[in-house]
Design a protein around this ligand. Structure first.
Ligand SMILES: [Zn+2]
Length: 69
């Protein structure tokens, strides 16, 4: 389960991103994205809120998307 390196937000470089954060980056921006954003920065980037993003994650999970766990 561990495997893979820890990924931090490329913009505030402060948070360790979760699988869901990473999945959302890939889903919203690009599959091969290298500069990941935390939910806070994603919310600012898309001019939405972290709550909205969390709801999106739940929605993708319900669709069975494998990017989210
Ligand atoms: Zn950030």
């Amino acid at each position: 389960m561990s495997g893979g390196k820890q990924i931090n937000c490329a913009y505030c470089e402060r948070l360790k991103l979760t699988k869901n954060d990473i999945g959302l980056n890939k889903k919203l921006i690009h599959r091969q994205i290298e500069r990941m954003m935390c939910l806070t920065c994603l919310a600012a980037y898309f001019e939405t809120t972290e709550e909205e993003l969390k709801e999106m994650i739940e929605g993708f999970k319900r669709q069975g998307c494998t990017l989210f766990g």
